[in-house]
Design a protein. Structure first.
Length: 314
């Protein structure tokens, strides 16, 4: 194993230390980036993909600097960088590296999953390593990634192999937060919703890849479906939940109580634009575009307080 500590154990340790079961989604859009940052980037690089990528980088760096002491982890969404081509992918890499420098765990939101050989390449690129001549090289080197289980065990096994070798982890899409998730995930198979069958398979995969308390194989379970979340929590007592849907998608702390186990662990809640675009929202207008990072910091503090109070009152 490359790392002396298993990443799920480190994630739990950092959650305990910060008191923040919170992950900040670094999902930047140019519309979130204040004008003064865009103008500087465009002046240096032109109104080009390189200019857009530079603006995203400067935006990310300020937010990371302002919130890194409050939270255990971040979750950069790969698509938000890939839209800017190779320059954007370079910023994704810089963001991952900078977050590691700041002591943050990085959950790469890449939602990969394909036939075995392709999944093996994805797993090597995002969690593991590749051999180049006589050298072992690492590409993105996130600590966790999100994976799509639609192709079954063939698509997941390569990730499990890398997780066991590297001490890293994955979060399997089980019940996602988007409005149309039920078109497939809620369909009945032998009288049971498909997401329950995926959950059972996730537990099976995870039983072979355990940390000290929880499995290295987690589950993505959306905050926008609290009744399903309650069911899944009972089904998956040793599975850590990555919970999207807080804030901008409508869920609040009170909706999340049943996603946690009685020990107060078992879930880490994501907020993306609710944090990184806080300066544009009601309640944070006093910061203005110049102090957007301070707005993000206060939004994180408010989120931690909301979740903590909800858990304390259950």
């Amino acid at each position: 194993m490359r790392k002396e500590i298993i990443m799920i154990d480190l994630l739990i340790e950092k959650i305990k230390i910060t008191g923040a079961p919170v992950v900040v989604g670094l999902d930047p859009m140019l519309s979130y980036v204040p004008e003064h940052i865009q103008k500087k980037a465009f002046s240096d690089y032109g109104e080009t993909l390189a200019g857009a990528s530079e603006a995203i980088w400067e935006f990310n760096r300020e937010i990371i600097d302002k919130v890194c002491d409050l939270i255990p982890a971040v979750k950069p969404q790969a698509a938000m960088y890939e839209q800017f081509g190779s320059e954007g992918v370079q910023v994704f890499q810089r963001t991952v590296d900078y977050c590691h420098e700041k002591g943050l765990i990085v959950i790469g939101d890449v939602k990969r999953g394909d036939i075995g050989s392709t999944s093996a390449a994805y797993a090597a690129g995002h969690l593991g390593s590749v051999t180049v001549g006589s050298q072992t090289c690492r590409a993105f080197d996130e600590d966790f990634v999100t994976v799509n289980p639609y192709l079954g065990t063939d698509g997941i096994r390569p990730f499990l192999d890398v997780c066991k070798a590297e001490g890293k982890g994955i979060f399997v899409l089980v019940k996602t937060s988007n409005p149309s998730s039920g078109e497939f995930q809620d369909q009945l198979v032998d009288g049971r919703p498909l997401y329950e069958l995926v959950a059972e398979k996730t537990a099976e995969w995870g039983a072979d890849c355990m940390g000290s308390e929880y499995s290295c194989v987690g589950a993505v379970v959306g905050a926008t479906y609290p009744e399903q979340g309650k069911v899944l929590r009972k089904m998956l007592p040793k599975t850590y939940f990555l919970v999207p849907g807080y804030g901008a998608q409508g869920a609040g702390g009170k909706d999340l109580v049943d996603y946690f186990n009685e020990d107060g662990l078992g879930a880490i809640v994501n907020s993306s634009r609710g944090i990184i675009a806080a300066w544009q929202q009601d309640g944070y207008g006093q910061f203005g575009p110049e102090n957007f990072g301070d707005a993000s910091r206060l939004a994180v503090q408010n989120m931690i307080k909301d979740i903590s109070e909800a858990l304390a009152s259950r």
